[in-house]
Each structure stands twice: as C-alpha cells, then as structure tokens.
Design a protein around this ligand. Structure first.
Ligand code: MRU
Length: 373
C-alpha cells in the first residue's frame, strides 16, 4: 500500500526478498506508527527470530517471510550433494515453522515451496525453484487479498459503522490485507463509512497498526478500548464486524484469531450484527479436525503487565512526543499474568468467510475445497 514519508508517497510491500544479498527485507512493525523503517535479515535464523520477535507479524506476512526464509536457507547451501541439501532444507523449514505456532500460513507457504523444489533435479535447480516459489506465494497473497476486497466490498454500504479487531490489514499480509481489503475496495467505489478499530491489548495492533494504515489511506476511523464494543453494539452504533484469521479449519469452519475475537463474535451474535472473517486460501488448515487442537501461542507476561509506547504528553495530539520508545509497567509490581495470544470462534457465530473465491458459510468450506486449495 502507499505510505507517505516526509511528504512523498511511495508504494511498499510488507516483506520482499533481495536476491543480491540473499536477505529478507521487512517493515519493522514494532516501531510503527512512530517510525517507518525497513530492516533486513541476513540468514534464515535471523528471519525466524524476526517472526518470533514480531518484527514482522500477521498470518500472510509471516507466511511470505517463512517462504522467503526457506529460499534464503536453501540458497545459502554450498555444494552439490542433494541429500545433504535436503537435510539442510529440512532444518531451515523446522526452524521457521517453530518461530510462531498458531498461524498456519507459514506451514502452508513452506509446504508449497517444498513441492515446487521437488521438481528440480540438482541443488542449483532446487535453489532457483525455491526462490521462484517464494515469490509466487507473495504475489498470490496479494492477488488473494484483492479478490477478498472485490467480494467483501458488497457487504459494505454507505453510512455503515464497521468494527475490526487486531490488524488484518496490509501489514499482516504482503499488501492490501484481508479484513481491510473490503474496506479499501468499498472506499475506492466511493462509499462513505466509519471504522472502529479495537485497541487489541496486550500488543495493541489495532491502536498502532490498523489505525496507522487507515489514517495513511484516509479512511474515517476511531480507536476504541477493547471493552467498548459491547456498549457500542447495544446502542446500535456498529453495523458489521470484519476480522481476519490466523487459522480457519476447513473441516469445521472454526476460526483462530487474535485474543478477544471470540468475545466480539459472542457480542455480535447477541446484537444480531453480522460477523465476517476474511482470509486468503493459505489460512485454511484442511487437516485439523477440532478447533480445540489449534496450538494457541502463550506469550510473555510482560505484554499484559505493561505496554510499549512513545513518551508523550497525554493531553497533546499529533507529534507532541519525545520520539523515545519506552516500556511502561502498568500492573501491580508483584503480580504475574497469563497471556494467550489467540482464541477460537465457533462456526455458528460466523455469518460468512470472505475468501478469494467468494463468501461462504463456515460449514461450506469443505464442500468448496477444490476452489480454495
Ligand atoms: O500476533 P499477531 O499480530 O501476528 O496476530 C495476528 C493478527 O494480526 C491477527 O490475529 C489478525 O487478525 C489475523 S492475521 C491476518
């Protein structure tokens, strides 16, 4: 998407690959919205660490990063011994797959790269197939998000107030985003609407990333505290909910997404507000049979006990800050915290899944699997 830096508007992808230096390049998302910086990881171990540390985050973006990381690890191999090469690639794939557990996109992306590599008969052939397949995954991610936008824009009418949770925007993908794709497409069609961004504690991806994206694209929006959505729904101030997902079970339609999504789905059902989930095909897990078996990332308690931000005057708007990043301890100093990163929303609370192939009921995914694989 476009970003305006020092008055100049430029197009960026969240993650790209520099073949000349065999490096993965990514937007340093932990610094946003206060600083826009591109960083490079020089080897697959650094790439995996960038995923774990959330330099890059969001299902599609870590899918593309893992695909590039796999190609990076494959390209770093020196020699012609195909067996040694396969063992090295297995190690790379495992390291990248273990970087974060909940999103299935990295697993699907790397399995796709391995399938393409299998067509090569030499190390050199497999290396170049790996990079081509990683690039193809990144491009497909963009096309899928554009198609989600085309289908999902039909749900948005002028005057609507839309709630979204966390960041399933372009920063969470290679470009465009999943939950934001219908928003950007509806905006391009001239529709006028307003978006509420759940703050999304503990890491505040809604307040930092989604709000920054929407501000850059000039979409009318406000940030709300996570606890405010029920109140707004009760007062008739939310018409539609669109969220993303880190893993959707193709067999059951259950949706894993950022912690707090389930709460919003329950509230939406209570107030008869349609609740939609937008996903590219790489987010579908066709194997798992039960949502309870989705691995839920347990994150460090420091995220709950405090917050990262920039030192600022609480009463000043805009740029009235020092530019200095800081972690502020908020909670009682002797208390610990529990910090599950994701939750699972049952299919019956979901009005539809917006996919690149159209909008389906969660229970229809399995029947549509030929079109979604
Ligand atoms: O922990 P994150 O920021 O990587 O979480 C992923 C998310 O941003 C959300 O769960 C999002 O809604 C789905 S990812 C497209």
């Amino acid at each position: 998407m476009n970003v305006t830096l020092r008055g100049r508007t430029q197009h960026f992808r969240t993650v790209t690959f520099d073949a000349g230096t065999n490096a993965v390049q990514m937007i340093e998302q932990r610094l946003l919205p206060h600083e826009f910086k591109i960083v490079a990881t020089p080897n697959y171990i650094a790439t995996a660490r960038a995923i774990t540390d959330m330099v890059v985050r969001g299902a599609g973006a870590i899918g593309a990063t893992a695909a590039y990381g796999l190609a990076q690890g494959a390209l770093a191999f020196r020699g012609r011994d195909l067996n040694k090469f396969q063992r090295q690639v297995d190690r790379v794939q495992k390291t990248l797959a273990d970087a974060r557990p909940t999103a299935v996109d990295p697993v699907n992306a790397m399995n796709g790269v391995r399938r393409q590599m299998g067509r090569g008969e030499s190390v050199a052939e497999q290396q170049s197939l790996a990079l081509a397949a990683a690039e193809a995954f990144a491009n497909e991610d963009v096309h899928h998000c554009e198609s989600i936008g085309r289908h999902g824009a039909k749900l948005i009418r002028s005057g609507m107030r839309i709630l979204t949770h966390c960041n399933a925007g372009w920063l969470a993908f290679v470009d465009v985003g999943s939950a934001t794709a219908p928003i950007y497409a509806a905006q391009a069609q001239g529709k006028q609407f307003h978006v509420f961004c759940d703050e999304t504690r503990p890491r505040s991806q809604g307040a930092t990333l989604t709000a920054w994206e929407l501000a850059e694209q000039k979409v009318s929006h406000q940030i709300i505290a996570d606890n405010a959505a029920g109140h707004l729904m009760q007062r008739g101030e939310i018409d539609l909910v669109i969220v993303g997902s880190d893993r959707v079970l193709g067999r059951t339609g259950e949706v894993a997404n950022k912690i707090g999504t389930y709460t919003k789905a329950v509230l939406a059902a209570r107030h008869k507000i349609p609740f939609y989930v937008a996903i590219p095909c790489s987010t579908i897990d066709w194997n798992l049979k039960h949502g309870v078996d989705i691995p839920i990332e347990d994150r460090h308690e420091s995220e709950v006990l405090g917050a990262w931000g920039i030192i600022a005057n609480p009463h000043a708007k805009g740029r009235a800050h020092t530019g200095q990043r800081a972690y502020i301890r908020v909670a009682n100093p002797t208390s610990g915290a529990r910090n599950p990163g994701f939750d699972v929303t049952p299919a019956e609370l979901i009005a539809g899944i917006i996919t690149p192939a159209g909008i389906f009921k969660p229970g229809e995914l399995w029947k549509q699997r030929q079109r979604l694989q």
